[in-house]
Design a binder for this molecule. Structure first.
Ligand code: APR
Ligand code: PHB
Length: 390
């Protein structure tokens, strides 16, 4: 088989890239290790920057988001002595975010790819990348026990943190930067009305908590937990009790509890791989970087990578111009590091760090005091939260 761009990974990054390129007449094949059902079973954050909203609309996958997504003009931060609304719209001169689940976006992308007869090969095993440093790379995979080869011009590594693409870059070229946080997030999904119209991020002595949502009858809540905790140790009752203790009193009084329909623990890490390209391979999304979820930047960063990468590939196929491809890694990394800084900062601001007794705690409280009392600090938070320009 031959294609122009072989895309490894059928998560949001890979599917979005294939959708955008297909609309420009560029042929792609997506190779996904798992089944579509498996990919759609994963629950991830759902706060979309305006840039991502615009990309989805331009890629003809924005219809359902525009129907059922919720525009949020602000969110709240609570801590022991009070609550502060971050008025995104006012602080950024009119910008907002869209709340629409990542699982829904991925579903919309799978549907769109099917409608356009896009080539998405699921259950592709043993994917391997070859001859990346030549002008004729290829990708092999096994499907139904038979090994297949795809010849291509370029390979897009969109296969997430655990994929093969990043590992195909020689170790003397690849540099990895990582920070692992000493806690996790225990999250639940529950078919109850959200406690508030807007997200509430809570800093508390007992640990961080977050009230989020998917729609008017589907709530998503998180509490900071120990990395040693097991999901089985957290009954729904224990979760609701702990959440209530960390929320502002008014919210704790209002919250509607119910059975969880999903419950999981996720570790938090910051990770960046450099460079994001090697020969004819380009990494995008979680394959190249991971942010802790506190700033809701994971999917948004993946989308900005796909924006830069698709523009670069389109320029190459339209006019033979290779400069954007050559600059892809550098261009994408500039924005990635800014989102890394922001996600690290918001995580540091709001979580209880076991090693932080004393000085660290006081600095954290002062950081929050400063944020609550300074419009300049709020503008900086808001500007980053709605998304820096591409
Ligand atoms: N071969 C083929 N596919 C693979 C391989 C492999 N060896 N390894 C992993 N994959 C697939 C995974 O099964 C997954 O479906 O690649 C896909 C990667 O998807 P994600 O992990 O969702 O990563 P990405 O598409 O970059 O999405 C960006 O935004 O909110 C964040 O972390 C969140 O997933 C989210 C990310
Ligand atoms: C979520 O809704 O899952 C969510 C929202 C905001 C975040 C992280 C997760 O910062």
């Amino acid at each position: 088989m031959r294609t122009q761009v072989a895309i490894i990974g059928g998560g949001p990054s890979g599917l979005l890239l294939s959708q955008i390129l297909h609309l420009k007449g560029i042929d792609t094949v997506v190779l996904e290790k798992h089944s579509e059902e498996y990919v759609l079973g994963r629950i991830r954050a759902g706060v979309l920057e305006q840039g991502l909203v615009d990309i989805l609309r331009a890629a003809n996958v924005g219809a359902r988001m525009d129907q059922v997504g919720q525009v949020h003009e602000g969110f709240e931060i609570s801590h022991m002595n009070g609550c502060q609304r971050i008025d995104l719209e006012k602080l950024t001169g009119g910008k907002t975010v869209m709340v629409y689940g990542q699982t829904e976006i991925t579903k919309d992308l799978y549907d769109a790819r099917r409608k356009m007869d896009g080539k998405v090969i699921t259950n592709a095993e043993d994917v391997a990348l070859h001859d990346l440093e030549t002008t004729s790379p290829s990708v092999t995979y096994k499907k139904d026990g038979v090994t297949q080869t795809i010849q291509c011009d370029y390979v897009a590594g969109c296969d997430g943190f655990h994929g093969v693409s990043r590992k195909s870059i020689p170790s003397d070229i690849l540099r990895e930067y990582e920070k692992v946080y000493p806690f996790g997030w225990l999250g639940i999904l529950s078919e109850t009305p959200p406690v508030s119209d807007e997200l509430i991020y809570c800093q508390h002595d007992r640990g961080f908590a977050l009230c989020s949502m998917r729609n008017e009858n589907l709530s998503r809540y998180y509490v900071q937990c120990s990395l040693n905790d097991k999901v089985e140790e957290w009954s729904d009752e224990r979760f609701w009790e702990e959440l209530k203790r960390r929320l502002p009193e008014s919210a704790a009084d209002r919250i509607v509890t119910g059975p969880s329909i999903e419950k999981s623990i996720a570790p938090l890490r910051s990770f960046v791989a450099e460079p994001l390209s090697y020969g004819r391979l380009f990494l995008a999304g979680d394959a190249g970087h991971i942010v802790p979820p506190t700033g809701a930047k994971g999917l948004n960063l993946a989308a900005s990578d796909i924006h830069y990468l698709s523009e670069a590939l389109i320029a190459k196929y339209d006019s033979g111009e290779e400069q954007l491809l050559e600059q892809y890694s550098e261009t994408a990394l500039k924005r990635i590091w800014k989102a890394m800084r922001f996600s690290w900062w918001m995580t540091t601001l709001l979580h209880k760090f076991p090693e932080n007794e004393g000085f660290g705690d006081r600095i954290q409280q002062t950081d929050i005091d400063y944020l609550f009392s300074s419009e300049a600090a709020q503008v900086s938070l808001a500007e980053n939260y709605v998304g820096l320009p591409y």
